[in-house]
Design a protein. Structure first.
Length: 672
């Protein structure tokens, strides 16, 4: 092959590889737009999932915007409700080709936002004109160019004043200085800024979304209780009517969400006995999570609790006390659930035809059948589960704690939450998923408004600093809202088992101040801390398997402390958000020292994370942020008991003795 043939063949190969039929990696649509928009934030996974806010919160948007050459740029942040009219806010330069603007969301539902940018022809022209004129150079051509730019803008709305200015810029009988002065007039710049040439603007892609949730999705205090334990007789379980009697006491502690475990009929087959025993007596009520019996399934009330009318009355009574009822949704069935016989195809079967019960080796749950989300009849299963939510929504429930969502299809959650929020944007979903970090994060992305966390297992000051920094200062803050439950019916951490009342006090205060949403399970206020055995996180005589009769007025109750902490949370907006959390220096590693702030409000919290021993030392106050001198005296007040202290400068002494107090919640009252 000669050199000419080789050249021809190379050309032929190149032409074929760059043709429209060639590999996709060689394709690029030609486009005359010069502006590049990159790294629009906030966004989650390239815009696949929305960021989250509540009404009144700000969405601060930034983007990298640049173009070839030296043109000046301009742009806007555009936002709207879906299918609404775009509203625009001018972008402002930040640094290094970064730009930013923000908007406030006001309504529950969805918002969309994009960034649009263009070359500022007038601004670029004016800067060049001024530079040349100030240098004494001839600007005759530039003035004619400017006249064309101004006239083009005037045509957009037939602005006679701009047309006059365009004529002035091109009038050679006037002195150059006079024409330049007209060009430099600030009023001209204002009018031209209002009429930019956006014909070659670039718009960011994709359109990004914000989900705006009810305030309780961000700021709420949860109390979990078993209605059947609202009784004085362990043989006869409590009813919804009995549970109403507890509402004033729970409301007085300052809770605004009352969370109930499953309230449905409980199966008899393989019913668990006390302390999760494999055999049950006729007096054992069984686990509420073994859902379904002859009386019905997920849309029925356990007969021992009362009727559906009784439930409706309970919901209304809770609302009168300022509390919303949250209902546990556990998508699993007892062997006696009606669906087991009506829809056996919705469950997994063994080779012998029997249905597989739930297992988490070595644990076995013979009283529970999981649903098969890969069932050939999965669309009908999904619809039926969606309808469970719709049923309880029709009975006034707007908050759902979902049991073990990570063991169900992620696609199901994306679909069902989107469907439900389209009908009920005020609905709130809490993911109870103590699982691997990436699974927890994905559930939050998929639509859950709140998430259980690892707070229970983060007890030292170092562990808490690291974990809270991750939750509040990384991308997680845009879509994952933590709910810090200090205990649950399933989890009694060794810290509470061994730390006694001081451990309960400090965990309460930390949960309630580190996170805007937190919760406790009933019995916490009584410092119940006996495990079923050493090394276990299960309660002895667990309420999951029996009726617990308690004396709520016994000595040593934390109810007054809980009430005061919740009162402080309501009074101080700084504690109602997470994004402002900042940790500050201490000289004792057992002390945790942090602050939160909101406009006009800043709260400091100091805590002893060691419930067994006195811890003391110095904590550093960022006086330079507070307008205080480095050697100035000022008064701090402990909101827990009203005690005041005179502090001076940055470093000040704290002493936290478990028998006296485990934490301070401080505000600075001014100069001493």
């Amino acid at each position: 092959m000669n050199s000419q043939e080789r050249r021809v063949n190379r050309t032929s190969t190149t032409d074929e590889s760059c043709s429209q039929e060639g590999p996709a990696r060689h394709r690029f649509d030609r486009d005359a737009r010069r502006i590049v928009i990159e790294h629009v934030q906030p966004q989650v996974d390239g815009g696949r999932f929305p960021v989250k806010r509540t009404p009144g919160e700000t969405v601060a948007v930034t983007a990298d915007i640049f173009a070839d050459g030296h043109d000046q740029l301009a742009g806007v942040l555009k936002f709207r409700r879906p299918h609404g009219i775009w509203q625009e806010i001018a972008l402002a330069p930040i640094d290094n080709d970064s730009w930013g603007a923000s908007f406030v969301v006001s309504e529950v539902g969805e918002y969309e936002y994009v960034v649009e940018a263009w070359a500022d022809r007038f601004g670029t022209w004016l800067a060049g004109l001024i530079a040349k004129a100030d240098a004494g150079q001839d600007v005759g051509s530039e003035l004619l160019e400017g006249a064309e730019i101004v006239q083009a803008a005037a045509v957009t709305d037939n602005n006679l004043r701009l047309l006059e200015i365009a004529d002035t810029l091109r009038t050679v009988s006037l002195t150059t200085a006079a024409r330049v002065a007209v060009a430099r007039d600030a009023l001209l710049s204002q009018q031209m800024t209002a009429r930019p040439d956006r014909s070659k603007a670039t718009v960011s892609d994709p359109v990004l979304r914000v989900t705006v949730d009810p305030e309780r999705a961000r700021f709420s205090a949860w109390y979990e209780m078993f209605p059947r334990s609202c009784t004085t007789d362990p043989v006869r379980g409590g009813t919804f009517r009995d549970a109403e009697a507890r509402l004033p006491e729970i409301a007085a502690m300052g809770f605004d969400v009352l969370y109930l475990p499953p309230i449905h009929p409980i199966g008899q087959t393989d019913r668990k006995g006390r302390n999760n025993a494999l055999s049950a007596t006729s007096a054992d009520p069984g686990s509420p999570w073994a859902i379904g019996a002859a009386a019905g399934g997920h849309t029925s009330i356990d007969p021992g609790l009362g009727s559906l009318d009784d439930f409706d009355r309970f919901v209304a009574a809770s609302e009168r006390h300022g509390m919303a009822v949250a209902l546990d949704i556990a998508f699993q069935a007892s062997p006696d659930h009606p669906w087991v016989t009506e829809h056996p195809e919705w469950f997994r079967h063994r080779p012998d035809g029997s249905i597989k019960y739930a297992e988490n080796p070595p644990k076995k749950y013979q009283d529970i059948y999981p649903f098969d989300f890969e069932s050939p009849d999965w669309p009908a299963l999904w619809d039926a589960l969606r309808d469970v939510f719709l049923f309880w929504l029709s009975h006034g429930v707007r908050i759902f704690r979902v049991d073990n969502p990570h063991t169900k299809s992620f696609r199901f959650w994306e679909w069902v939450i989107a469907d439900l929020r389209c009908r009920h944007p005020e609905a709130i979903f809490l993911a109870e998923a103590f699982t691997r970090p990436k699974l927890m994060r994905y559930l939050a992305k998929a639509g859950f408004n709140q998430s259980y966390t690892y707070f229970t297992w983060r007890n030292s000051a170092t562990e808490l600093r690291e974990y809270l920094t991750e939750l509040t200062q990384t991308e997680l803050q845009q879509y994952m809202r933590p709910n810090f439950f200090a205990n649950t019916p399933d989890i009694l951490h060794e810290y509470l088992q061994s730390g006694g009342k001081p451990a309960f006090e400090v965990r309460l205060i930390l949960a309630a101040t580190l996170s805007a949403a937190y919760g406790i399970y009933s019995g916490f206020e009584l410092c119940e801390n006996t495990a079923v055995r050493e090394g276990s996180e299960e309660y002895l005589n667990s309420e999951k398997y029996e009726i617990r009769v308690r004396n709520w007025h016994q000595a040593g109750s934390l109810s007054e402390l809980i009430a005061r902490v919740n009162e402080i949370r309501r009074e101080h907006s700084a504690l109602q958000f997470n994004h402002s959390l900042r940790f500050h220096d201490t000289d004792n590693p057992a002390l945790l020292w942090f602050s939160k702030q909101a406009p006009g409000d800043r709260v400091f919290v100091g805590a002893n994370t060691d419930p067994h021993a006195l811890q003391h030392g110095h904590v550093r106050v960022p006086t330079w942020e507070l307008g205080l001198g480095s050697n100035q005296s000022y008064i701090v007040e402990d909101l827990l008991d009203g005690a005041t202290y005179v502090w001076r400068g940055d470093w000040n002494y704290v002493r936290l003795e478990p028998s006296e107090r485990m934490a301070h919640i401080f505000v600075i009252r001014g100069q001493a």
